[in-house]
Design a protein around this ligand. Structure first.
Ligand code: AMP
Ligand code: FE
Ligand code: FE
Ligand code: ZN
Length: 275
């Protein structure tokens, strides 16, 4: 098995440097890694250099994860094989990061207003110019003793209905698909099992023009994976696979979910722009 096409560095809500992820991927025997930070391509150059330094044993695919709206729901779309120099994509991502920054500050304000003695500056240091996400707040909540671990911090403070929850503006899914295609990339539906109606959501997105579905992901069991593969076949979609790795100690590892070489080539075959 060849490729892990979903992971996060400290340029978004992961904790490791892009180069460290590339080295971990090579050590795990991967031949291809996609860096897919939320709303950021800032880690791609560093990851590319780290891959080159390994002498071409591992390919680095430029990717990005976009939080999108489909009706009332939120879906995450992975843009893979994108051109990091695409100006329109860069502009939209910069806007999204600014929005995340404002929303992040609002989350912290709400938690402080709820009586938590949180260090806003410490949270800003965790974000450090990356794409601000709830995991940054969650880690500080753990460090300050307001939660047992990151999952507990989400459940107590950061999910809808809890004191620190602030919704995040989402990109229209059609717009996101066009944007990634315009940057020569392919679009895969991330972790379908997260959505209320996974198969229906994938089918609706297939109608809107996505290229693939992330059939293999740590949160999806083998039965789900088999069902998603069959669905991809029926809808004429390619497949992707990804560990969605963010940080050590949470039960995920780089390379945990892998795509075979022929599936990778099929996915890559859809990249390149005009369609
Ligand atoms: P955000 O984009 O700021 O809304 O944060 C979403 C990110 O938080 C996801 O990409 C996951 O990394 C993480 N996440 C979302 N929901 C949970 C949860 N219930 N428990 C732990 N982590 C979560
Ligand atoms: Fe994340
Ligand atoms: Fe996601
Ligand atoms: Zn992800």
């Amino acid at each position: 098995m060849w490729a892990d096409l979903h992971c996060h560095s400290h340029r978004s809500d992961g904790v490791e440097a892009p180069a460290d992820l590339v080295r971990a991927a090579a050590a795990a025997g991967l031949r291809c890694l996609a860096l897919t930070d939320h709303d950021s391509l800032d880690g791609i150059d560093e990851a590319r250099r780290a891959a080159s330094a390994l002498g071409g044993t591992i390919e680095l695919v430029a990717g990005v994860e976009l939080s999108c709206a489909v009706g009332e729901g939120e879906v995450h779309l992975l843009g893979l094989f994108v051109d990091p120099a695409d100006a329109e994509l860069a502009r939209v991502l910069a806007d999204a990061r600014e929005t995340r920054q404002r929303r992040g500050e609002a989350m912290v304000e709400r938690l402080v207003a709820a009586g938590l003695d949180l260090d806003a500056e410490a949270i800003r240091r965790r974000v450090a110019g990356g794409a601000f996400g709830r995991p940054h707040v969650a880690r500080e909540l753990v460090a300050a003793g307001f939660a047992a671990d990151v999952d507990d911090a989400f459940a107590k403070w950061l999910v809808r209905g809890r004191p620190g929850y602030v919704p995040k503006p989402r990109l229209d899914a059609r717009r996101a698909i066009d944007l990634v295609h315009g940057a020569a990339g392919v679009v895969s539906v991330a972790h379908p099992v997260w959505y209320r109606d996974p198969d229906g959501t994938v089918a609706a997105l297939a109608d809107m023009g996505v290229d693939a579905v992330e059939a293999s992901h740590p949160d999806q069991d083998e039965e789900t994976e088999a069902r998603l593969r069959a669905l991809a076949g029926r809808l004429g979609l390619a497949e992707s696979a990804g560990s969605d790795y963010h940080e050590p100690g949470r039960g995920r590892t780089v390379g945990q979910c892998r795509l075979g070489k022929s599936e990778l080539d099929r996915l890559r075959g859809r990249a390149g722009g005009a369609r």
